[in-house]
Design a protein around this ligand. Structure first.
Ligand SMILES: [Mg+2]
Length: 302
């Protein structure tokens, strides 16, 4: 290499070394470390400990205008093999009735289920409901209204894809909802289901690219639906123009993350199961959720 070129390269290296000294390097390293830590803090599993649980109960007791967003499947009840059989039991209905009878409470069941089914199960309660992951909203004492106007003629294209995968995975079946299609595989062989569901998710993601569609994977199902309809958007509509001094959201699926993300500062959010979440806390299972809600009904005003 000619001497001139050597000198030029050396010069570049020297000036880089001057700028990039040990302090700079150290700052950059520590900065990275903090940002990773911050990301972990925002998106990680944090089991609700006793002091946090007690604080939640205390805040609930002291509040005057509360809103409680509760998912149903996997949150208030265990997963059932066939979605139709997951009827809420008498104990749960009694608990929800007690919660809804407190005039300070706005109880909202936020589910992926069809509104007709939610109406059948919870219609006798004085509560709000959100069906099909936000597509339909029913405020307390009001009728069901669609959250937004959307096209659903895409179903003709997606339905045959789901049907073909039904054939490839015995026990799987497709559920048609107003604004979405859901491929369920909770009663299929788990090993084969894991392979087939990945294949289907890939195929759907590919075919829904550049469309108004979104592919949503839950633990036992894959759902295709219009973009812009989610539990978060529905919650925002219910929170708008109102003030609440206690906000709680509980859910177990990916769809519930949309809800956790939009809650105002100071809200309580709980992810059911020990996976990572935007929620502030985790509880292990639906039994712990029911226990917490039961404890809330026993609080007395301080
Ligand atoms: Mg759920």
């Amino acid at each position: 290499m000619p001497e001139e070129e050597q000198a030029r390269r050396n010069q570049v290296m020297q000036s880089r070394l001057e700028r990039y000294d040990v302090i700079h390097w150290g700052q950059e390293f520590v900065g990275e470390l903090f940002s990773v830590k911050e990301q972990q803090r925002q998106f990680s599993a944090r089991l609700m400990d006793r002091p946090s649980r007690e604080k939640l109960i205390k805040d609930y007791a002291a509040s005057q205008r509360r809103i409680l967003f509760l998912d149903y499947d996997g949150t208030l009840s265990p997963f059932k093999e066939h979605p139709e059989t997951a009827v809420p039991g008498a104990i749960l209905i009694a608990l929800l009735t007690t919660l809804s009878e407190d005039p300070r409470n706005n109880l909202v069941i936020v589910s992926g289920r069809h509104r007709v089914l939610l109406q059948r199960w919870f219609g006798s309660l004085n509560i709000g409901m959100v069906a099909e992951h936000g597509a339909w909203i029913k405020e307390k004492e009001k009728d069901w209204v669609p959250a937004v106007k959307v096209e659903s003629n895409w179903k003709e294209k997606v339905l045959p894809i789901l049907r073909s995968h039904e054939d490839r995975l015995p026990g799987s079946f497709t559920e048609e909802k107003e604004f979405s299609l859901v491929w369920n595989f909770r009663s299929a062989d788990p090993e084969l289901a894991s392979v087939r569901s990945k294949q289907l998710a890939d195929e759907l993601s590919y075919s829904s690219e550049n469309t108004e569609l979104q592919v949503l994977q839950a633990s036992k199902s894959i759902e295709v639906r219009n973009i812009g309809i989610d539990k978060g958007m529905a919650a925002k509509l219910l929170l708008a123009d109102k003030t609440f001094d206690f906000v709680l959201a509980v859910g177990d699926d990916q769809a519930d993350e949309d809800l956790f993300k939009v809650l105002p500062e100071g809200s309580y959010s709980i992810k059911v199961g020990l996976s990572k979440s935007y929620a502030k806390f985790n509880l292990r299972n639906h039994r712990e959720v029911v226990q917490l809600l039961t404890d809330l009904t026993k609080t007395v005003k301080p």
